[in-house]
Design a protein around this ligand. Structure first.
Ligand SMILES: Nc1ncnc2c1ncn2[C@@H]1O[C@H](COP(=O)(O)OP(=O)(O)OP(=O)(O)O)[C@@H](O)[C@H]1O
Length: 587
């Protein structure tokens, strides 16, 4: 509890003057609210004095009530602005901090937590904090002030009548609590279902071609419909509470007035109260109903908000992968690739894996070299390149940039020299041009746009597009073919300088002619100091200085084309297969 309060104080403290202003206006609101009934009482009692007496005083009172009501509108509005505004600022700040924190987590975190869940959880939790720091603080002030000043005024007028009021007040309070608990429970269930429904819809929409191919429309429909029906049930439950129970609870405040009217009426009959005093007392009891209901809401908001805070704290208190590492000074970063990369007895086990996927691998990449990497499906090629580009973090003493152990380098430093064109291309829903420019602002040197498009073998296709580089690629590049996406991603990698360019299976989706073009422009005349190319195509591998063959996570062979034909069965097998395939297509 203490740590949660400290968390709240951390954020609210910076806006203390806003909150102080808000509380001052809140005090004024309560003061004006309890002052108005006094004038109502006087006005009502003046009515009873006859047509002539006190007419001026009556008008005077009515004007005063009108003026106080205007003041009430103003001070209430200011109290809300001054308290709700910092809550929105805190929400904005938290969203920024959360995004930064989440971006600092490694692959293990995202393997364990699906992205959809993280987003909706973080949004809910931050919403909870906003509610506490806005509505919660306003209600705490409101409830404390109203529940002390109003009952005091009522007690001063009649202790006995005040006791009659307490019972319905308790009923209102308990009813609001129960109503809110049911609503919160249903809202949470609805959120879970909504998450599942969006997950299924997204996966069925992106797998639309599989659904068509296998003719499994009815299965997909049933799956979506199941979630849809439970979503409808929960939404109806919430609608029931909203439409019937909440207004009913809201009007329970009227019970207070009936009780006061009945018991207070007796007081008037017995001559203990004037009509004006009874009116004043009824006005107070109406004022009292609001904070009592507010207390019910407040407890729910606090309960939800604190659950949200503890969930946010688990994210905030988790260390980012690079928290312990320091950024290199610019001059050291510039020299990082001077002596190449040295991999020494590299072994790597995934956080959720039982056995190492890379075993005892050693090799070096010198500046200027072009290296090939090949191996069967699942032999560890992607795992190896991810150990070089800082996406996976092997233990210390296994990967070196010159003399520097990569285990002590920040991911940003590593990735400023190593650029990877991944197997799975990700394009943002923007224009082709902006997808190529992505992240380029921080580089002072940039390549020529036309040149990188040409080198990526994309120039012809781009000229055929009606909007050229301004063409929108659609969500995740849905409007483009796999090969086109891959070449845009290649152009993006070539647009800014790097020391080691890694191409993970970039040639798998292109025809032989394009492959030849890419080999000429990207591999032979590469702008990067070194290139590491993952491929199973001999036409690509034979152009490298040396190729590494991986088998079941081990370095099975290493050498140039001629060495490997002698050393590696896998290598000679793929050569034979590709030559046979070539003959068949020619024949
Ligand atoms: N995030 C992960 N968690 C656990 N194991 C993983 C993870 N990613 C990959 N692996 C395992 O590591 C092994 C090597 O996978 P990797 O993707 O490196 O192979 P690859 O040679 O690149 O395969 P492909 O040719 O299909 O791209 C596989 O057995 C795979 O199951």
């Amino acid at each position: 509890m203490f740590s949660k309060l400290k968390f709240l104080l951390n954020y609210t403290h910076q806006y203390r003057w806003w909150y102080t202003g808000g509380i001052i206006f809140l005090i004024l609101t309560v003061w004006v609210s309890v002052t108005i009934p006094e004038f109502i009482q006087k006005s009502v009692d003046l009515i009873g004095t006859g047509p002539d007496e006190g007419r001026t005083e009556f008008y005077h009172n009515v004007l005063l009530i009108f003026a106080l009501a205007l003041v009430l509108i103003l001070v209430r509005t200011f109290s809300r602005i001054l308290i709700f505004f910092p809550a929105r600022l805190i929400e904005k700040q938290l969203k920024g901090e959360m995004f930064k924190k989440l971006a600092s987590f490694g692959k293990d975190y995202y393997d364990q937590n699906p992205t959809g869940n993280i987003i909706s959880r973080v949004n809910n939790d931050i919403n909870g904090v906003r509610m506490i720091t806005g509505f919660g603080i306003l209600q705490i002030g409101n409830v404390l002030l109203s529940l002390s000043v109003t009952p005091y005024k009522m007690w001063k007028m009649s202790p006995a009548l005040t006791l009659y009021v307490i019972v319905p007040m308790l009923i209102v309070f308990i009813a609001v609590r129960i109503g809110m608990a049911i609503m919160v429970k249903n809202t949470r269930l609805r959120m879970d279902i909504l998450q599942r429904l969006s997950g299924k819809t997204i996966s069925f929409l992106s797998g639309n071609s599989v659904i068509k191919n296998y003719n499994i429309y009815s299965y997909a429909e049933e799956e979506v419909q199941k979630e849809n029906l439970s979503l409808f049930d929960k939404t109806m439950n919430i609608a029931w509470i909203r439409s019937f129970i909440l207004p009913l609870l809201g009007n329970l405040g009227q019970i207070l007035k009936i009780v006061v009217l009945f018991a207070g009426g007796m007081f008037v009959i017995n001559g203990e109260f004037t009509i004006g005093e009874l009116t004043e007392y009824i006005a107070y009891s109406a004022l009292l109903a609001q904070p009592v209901m507010g207390l019910g809401w407040l407890l729910t908001v606090l309960q939800q908000g604190f659950v949200g805070i503890s969930s946010l704290q688990t994210i905030m208190n988790r260390n980012g992968v690079d928290d312990e590492r320091k950024l290199l000074p610019v001059h050291e970063k510039e020299q990082l690739f001077k002596d190449g990369i040295h991999v020494k007895n590299l072994s790597y086990t995934y956080h959720n894996g039982e056995r190492p996927e890379l075993k005892d691998i050693s090799f070096s990449i010198e500046p200027g070299q072009v290296i090939g990497l090949t191996g069967k499906v699942g032999s560890g090629k992607t795992t190896l390149i991810n150990c070089l580009n800082g996406y996976l973090r092997p233990e210390k003493g296994m990967v070196y940039f010159g003399e520097k152990d990569a285990a002590f380098l920040r991911g940003e430093d590593i990735r400023s020299l190593v650029r990877t064109v991944t197997q799975e291309v990700f394009l943002f829903s923007d224009t082709i041009e902006n997808n190529i420019f992505l992240g380029a602002e921080k580089f002072s040197v940039k390549a020529d746009f036309e040149d990188v498009v040409y080198k990526s073998a994309f120039a012809d296709e781009l000229t055929r597009m009606p909007m050229k580089e301004k063409t929108l690629v659609g969500e995740k590049g849905i409007m483009l073919s796999g090969g086109q996406k891959q070449r845009i991603s290649l152009a993006r990698a070539l647009y800014t300088p790097c020391d080691l360019l890694i191409l993970d299976d970039v040639f798998s989706a292109v025809d032989t002619e394009t492959e030849r073009f890419l080999i000429q422009h990207v591999i032979k005349n590469h702008a990067a100091k070194s290139v590491l190319v993952v491929s199973n195509r001999i036409s690509v591998l034979e152009k490298t200085d040396f190729t590494i063959v991986l088998e079941d996570g081990r370095l099975a062979a290493k050498g140039n084309h001629r060495d490997l034909l002698k050393q590696s069965k896998f290598y000679s097998d793929i050569l034979n297969l590709q030559q046979e395939g070539h003959k068949k297509t020619k024949g």
